[in-house]
Design a protein around this ligand. Structure first.
Ligand code: SF4
Length: 255
C-alpha cells in the first residue's frame, strides 16, 4: 500500500509546480495520515494506513523546527518563495492550527518578510470561525473544490462526514470571494470523469457563486493509491481552463 510521503514536520524546500521554492509544513503525524477526506488520488496514500504513532506535532515543536530551518536558510542565503502548509493530511484539523498560523507569520516576518504563506486545505473545516479567520490571515488560502456534483465529489474525495456536501461547501466558500484560490483536481477513472460537460458546467456555476480571486486546475502528477486513475493532459487542462475563464471572468491557471 502506498504510504505517507512526508516523514518530517518541516520539509524541503522543494520546487513546486504551483508555488515555486516552497518550504513545507506538515501538521499531520510523521508516520501516519489524518484527513477528513480520503481522496482516491491522495499522494499520501489512503487513510486505511492509519494515523501512525507520533501524533500531531505540538505547537511549540512546529515553531522550534520552523525557526531552526528559516534561520539556517537565511544564514545560507537560500532562496525561498513560500511557506506551504500541506503534508500527510489536512492541516486545519490540527487543534492549534490558528495559533500555529500566528507563530508562522511572526517567524516569516522575522527571517523572510517577503515570503508568502500558503495553506492547502480541503475546505472541510470552514464551519469553524477560528479556522476561517486563520486562513484569512495568510497570503494564499488554497481551497479544494474537486466537483460540484455531489455523487462525483463523494466518489472522488470520500469525505468522512455525511454532513459535508457540495452545497454546504460552496456556500461556505463564498466567504473567500476575492481572497481565496479554488483548487480543482481534474482526472479520469473507471467511475469518475470530471472533464465531462456536466461536471465542467457545474464547476462553472459553483465558481460563479464563490467568485474566488483565482482558480487553479491540475491533474495527477505522481503515483496515486487508486492505480486505475488517469491524468488529463496539459493540452486538455488548458482547454478546460480557457473555457472556465471565458465563462466566469475569473483567472484560471493550470499547474
Ligand atoms: S484532502 Fe488532501 S490529504 Fe486529504 S485525502 Fe485528499 S489529497 Fe489527501
Amino acid at each position: 500500500m502506498q504510504r505517507v510521503l512526508f516523514h518530517d514536520t518541516i520539509f524541503g524546500p522543494i520546487h513546486s509546480r504551483r508555488l515555486g521554492s516552497s518550504l513545507g509544513v506538515n501538521l499531520s503525524p510523521r508516520d501516519g495520515k489524518i484527513c477528513s477526506f480520503d481522496c482516491l488520488y491522495c499522494e499520501a496514500g489512503f487513510n486505511a494506513q492509519g494515523p501512525g504513532t507520533t501524533g500531531f506535532p505540538s505547537r511549540a515543536e512546529v515553531a522550534r523546527l520552523l525557526e531552526e530551518k528559516l534561520k539556517a536558510m537565511k544564514a545560507g542565503g537560500e532562496k525561498l518563495d513560500v511557506i506551504t502548509f500541506s503534508g500527510n493530511g489536512e492541516p486545519t484539523l490540527h487543534p492549534y492550527f490558528p495559533e500555529i498560523i500566528d507563530d508562522t507569520i511572526r517567524l516569516r516576518d522575522k527571517y523572510f518578510p517577503e515570503v508568502k504563506i500558503s495553506v492547502l486545505t480541503n475546505s472541510t473545516r470552514l464551519s469553524s470561525p477560528e479556522v476561517c479567520e486563520a486562513l484569512n490571515r495568510v497570503d494564499n488560502n488554497i481551497l479544494k473544490l474537486d466537483s460540484a456534483v455531489e455523487s462525483t465529489m463523494r466518489k472522488m474525495d470520500r469525505p468522512g462526514s455525511p454532513e459535508f456536501t457540495t452545497e454546504r461547501v460552496i456556500s461556505q466558500l463564498k466567504q473567500f470571494s476575492d481572497t481565496g484560490i479554488i483548487q480543482t483536481m481534474i482526472l479520469r477513472g473507471p467511475e469518475i470523469d470530471n472533464t465531462s460537460d456536466t461536471e465542467i458546467n457545474a464547476l462553472i456555476e459553483a465558481y460563479k457563486r464563490i467568485r474566488p480571486r483565482s482558480i487553479m486546475i491540475y491533474s495527477i502528477d505522481r503515483k496515486t493509491p487508486d492505480e486505475t486513475l488517469r491524468a488529463v493532459s496539459h493540452e486538455e487542462l488548458n482547454l478546460i481552463a480557457s473555457r472556465i475563464e471565458a465563462e466566469t471572468g475569473i483567472p484560471v491557471s493550470v499547474a
